[in-house]
Structure formats: C-alpha cells, structure tokens
Design a protein around this ligand. Structure first.
Ligand code: GLY
Length: 384
C-alpha cells in the first residue's frame, strides 16, 4: 500500500492558517444566518438555525478565534450564541437527539473561551432536552421522532458524539443525572451497535420490553454494510467515552472499530461513503469520515500513554496529510468550505435516506478537519 505522507508540523500550521482565512471570508455570509449542512455545487447556502448541523460553523469560528484571538471571530461566535439560546428556549426543531452536535461546538465552546453565561445556560437547556429523550426501557436515547413511536424506537451510532454535552452538564451543575444517562446509553450502544468484527450498525431498534431488537441502516448502503461516517462516529465516540469513564470496554471498542476501519481503507486513507465499496467502484468518497477518525486518533494519542499514543498520532498525520494535499478546497472563495468530496446522504436501493450533499463539502467535515489541524498545532482543550 502507498501510504500518504504524514503532515508535518509546519504543513499543519499552514493548512490551519488557510482554513482560518476561509472562515474569515465566510463570516459576513453566515453570522446572521447559519451554514447549510452541505454545499451545493461547492458553495454553502445560508440557512435558518433549524438544522441538526448548525453547530459546526460556529465551532469553526471558535477554532479560528483560538488560533488568532481576533475579536471579529469572538463577536461572530457570540452573535451565534444568541441565536442558539433563542433556538433552545423556543424549542425550534430540537425534537431529536442532536443536541451535542448543535450545542457543544457553539455554546460549550463559547462558554469555555469567553465565560459567556448565556452560552452556559443554553448548553444546559440543550442537555435537558437531550436527557428528555432517554427511554428507560432499553436504556437508550431515542434519536428521532415522536417518543415511543414504534418506527422510531431506536438509537443511532452518531449519538456517541452527543454525550460529551451530558458529561459537561454534570460537571457544570453538579447533577449526576446527565452523566448517568450518558453512561447507560453508552452501555446499550456498545452492546448492540458494534458487530463482532468491529463494524457498526447505523441505527439499532430496541423492543418495547427493553430487549435488543435489530440493526438497520438509514444512510449506509444496506443494513449489513459499513457506512463510513457511522464507523467514524463509532471510533471517535468510543475514545471520548473512554476519556469520560475510564472503562476498558470503551477502549476495547475504540480499538476494534478502528481496526475494522483500517482494513477497509483505500490507499489514500479516505473511504468511499460506504466501506462496502472501494474507489474502483466509482462510488463517491466521504472525506468527513477521515476527518472525524483523525480527531479520534488524536484524542487517543492525548489520553493514552505516549508509547501507545505515538502510533495513533502517526496514523492521524497520514490521514490529515491526505486531506490537506488532495481534498482541501484549492482556492478559497466566498461560501466554499474547507474540504471537498464529502457525502451526506446517498440513496441506495436499500436505505431510507433523502439524497443530498453527495460529493460536496459538509459542515462537519470542515469542522473536524479544522479540529484535527488544531489538535496537531496546539495543546488543545477539546470542546467535546
Ligand atoms: N449524524 C448524521 C450524519 O452523520 O449524517
């Protein structure tokens, strides 16, 4: 296998500075509005603060602020905090589990960096909203839809990234209930979402009596295939669980999920949208999957002893090197993102998703690429 060249420290600094300049260029377009989940022909439409993905753009702004300490980023980030506070107070499109994706990079980040009380309050309300979706029968956080409805009595692998909001809320309020629900959900997820070979189901149904049901995909190719971003959420989510709980089960899960991921990667370490496919299939890539996994690897390097961590950092440098060399948007323009060739939802004969954002920039792909670069350039205190 021809492995990509690991990104050097100097290259990571240059790539991060380039990303910061793209964020600066986009600031006027997405301060009063948010950034749509994916680009359309390479440019992000502006949108209302109503999508599950709206937190990633403010997260990029806060990363740009950390890099530069430029007041323009702080001002824009705080303007978006107002919008996020209104959204959760008025409960605008929050009847789902994605409170962590929304409120961690926007409001937890803002509070950590500025001490802004409104950001803290908004993030706690979001954590309350997330725990309200906990189903005691089966012990899981219901992802979507009306609570208890049979077609939605399920959780999804992505939710592991929503849980740091709960651990944060427990620390902030001194109330154990948030962390307790995070731990119960994690136990159910790790027992069911991860298959014996380390691959993952996207969604998993529980029975009404609390016993495990069955796995189903929504955004992967089919139920028993290997949706690349779901696998990435599994990798990053399990090492974050390990950081919060110290449980060996979480570390084992991280290692198994990562091992499976590595066996399915093409030479440039950026998978097709479902890892059932290799690039010669002509199927599009999902660059966001590589960015998310790189963050998981760098988190592992941060929390594990140096001897173990060094190998994870080397792998992350190869992944980020590949993204920076061959996937980064070559010429920044107003409204473009940071990395190309992401896939949000690709329709297959077997899945249930609405097709959108295929071979485009994705808001989270950009965010996690920038997070990975930040982790490589500084001793970063994670938002998650
Ligand atoms: N969390 C939904 C997705 O990754 O597309």
């Amino acid at each position: 296998m021809n492995r990509p060249v690991p990104i050097t420290g100097a290259q990571a600094q240059a790539a991060l500075d380039k990303a910061v300049e793209q964020v600066r260029l986009n600031l006027p377009r997405y301060t009063k509005k948010c950034q749509h989940h994916s680009s359309v022909n390479g440019v992000y439409p502006a949108c209302k603060n109503e999508e599950w993905t709206c937190g990633f753009w403010p997260g990029e702004i806060w990363l740009a602020y950390e890099r530069t300490r430029d007041g323009a980023f702080r001002q824009a980030g705080l303007a978006l905090v107002d919008s996020f506070e209104r959204r959760i107070r008025r409960k605008v499109k929050v009847a789902h589990h994605d409170m962590g994706f929304l409120y961690t990079p926007s409001c937890v980040a803002a509070y950590k960096l500025t001490g802004e009380e409104k950001a803290r309050q908004a993030a706690i309300l979001a954590a309350d909203q997330l725990v309200s979706r906990f189903q005691p029968r089966g012990e899981f956080i219901q992802a979507w839809g009306r609570m208890g409805s049979p077609i939605n009595y399920r959780f999804i692998i992505d939710c592991l990234l929503n849980l740091p909001l709960l651990y944060w809320a427990s620390r902030e309020t001194g109330e154990e209930k948030y962390a307790d629900i995070a731990k119960r959900h994690t136990a159910t997820c790790m027992a069911n979402s991860f298959r014996p070979d380390g691959s993952t189901y996207h969604t998993f149904y529980m029975r009404k009596d609390g016993r495990p049901g069955h796995g189903r995909t929504c955004q992967g190719y089919k139920d028993d295939s290997f949706w690349a971003r779901g696998q990435a959420w599994g990798v990053y989510g399990s090492i974050l669980s390990y950081r919060y709980t110290g449980e060996s089960k979480a570390l084992d899960t991280f290692k198994r999920a990562l091992e499976f991921y590595l066996t399915r990667l093409p030479d440039d370490l950026v998978p097709c949208w479902d890892m059932l496919f290799q690039p010669d299939s002509g199927e599009p890539r999902d660059s966001s999957s590589a960015a998310i996994v790189a963050c998981g690897l760098l988190e592992a390097a941060r929390v594990l002893p140096p001897g173990e961590g060094a190998e994870y950092e080397r792998l992350a440098r190869e992944m980020v090197g590949s993204l920076a060399a061959d996937y980064a948007v070559p010429v920044p323009m107003k409204g473009t993102g940071l990395i190309l060739h992401g896939t949000y939802s690709k329709k297959s004969p077997y899945n249930t998703c609405f097709p959108e954002g295929v071979d485009e920039c994705t808001s989270w792909g950009d965010f996690y690429y920038m997070e990975a670069l930040t982790r490589l350039c500084a001793d970063w205190d994670p938002y998650w």
